[in-house]
Design a protein. Structure first.
Length: 267
């Protein structure tokens, strides 16, 4: 029911319009699977063995961490944006805990050859868009091109679960055998980061020494140096500000919400 304030026709029309739009959107979305199930395979592309593995993995993830993962396969998005559809479906199903918004909603449209995984607001810190995109490209695209839909979905969920278990500091039985071969870059980056810190400290020390020696030779240079630091501080603040700016439940899900994070594309 839409409650409309009396005496305000414009407000009445706006509320009716948005209420009707929300109702139509919800009416076009399928209801969630039954409790303790996390897959709704409307396109009939996941064989029974992989569907069972997916459900078992998702149950384990929810049991040990409260995070929830869900999958829907459909024939087509029917002209709707995959990002918008997956985000709205995640909100409609309520995937993830209401208090943490730690849900993942994967939607696969076979005829469109499009897939998108939406991340709940709280899940974005665990699986940022860049990581979801890497899993999409390295796991989903190769398997989907060979029509190995069940395998691709399961292994992508395994990779999501690997990140979730790291964050919650738990271990999942279901992540055994996960395709970790593409993660060598992470070990390399970790080692590089460890070496990078002392290098940067040493470079900063040298820079300070050079500035100090230069300032002794010329008073104007000292003024220039102070101006430089002031300018640098302002630039850093601006960069930080820019970075910070750049992100009906049913079935067995817990009422989580989505705000637009995620990744996906065609194959």
């Amino acid at each position: 029911m839409i409650i409309v304030p009396k005496g305000n026709k414009i407000a009445s029309y706006v509320l009716i319009l948005f209420g009707s739009f929300g109702y139509l959107c919800a009416a076009n979305l399928p209801p969630p699977p039954a409790q303790n199930y996390y897959v709704l395979d409307q396109a009939d592309i996941i064989d029974a063995s992989y569907e069972a593995r997916i459900n078992e993995l998702c149950r384990e993830v929810e049991r040990k961490t409260t995070a929830e993962m869900a999958v829907l396969t459909i024939h087509s998005f029917e002209g709707e944006s995959p990002w918008y559809y997956a985000t709205e479906l995640g909100n409609f199903w309520g995937v993830g805990q209401e208090s943490e918004d730690n849900g993942l909603m994967m939607v696969v449209a076979v005829a469109d050859r499009e897939v998108f995984t939406a991340a709940g607001t709280g899940m974005e810190a665990i699986l940022p868009d860049a990581r979801l995109d890497q899993i999409y490209r390295s796991i989903l695209v190769p398997d989907f091109r060979k029509e190995r839909y069940g395998k691709g979905i399961y292994q992508a969920l395994q990779m999501y679960a690997v990140e979730i278990e790291r964050y919650y500091e738990v271990e999942f039985e279901g992540t055994r055998g996960a395709p970790r071969g593409k993660e060598g870059w992470q070990k390399f980056w970790k080692m590089f980061s460890i070496l990078l810190i002392p290098i940067l400290i040493f470079a900063f020390f040298i820079f300070i020494v050079v500035i100090a020696l230069t300032s002794k030779g010329s008073g104007s240079s000292g003024s220039s140096s102070r101006s430089y630091w002031s300018s640098g501080s302002s630039s850093s603040s601006s960069s930080s500000s820019w970075s910070s700016g750049s992100s009906s439940s049913g079935g067995g899900f817990s009422g989580g919400s989505f705000s637009g994070g995620g990744a996906g594309g065609g194959w």
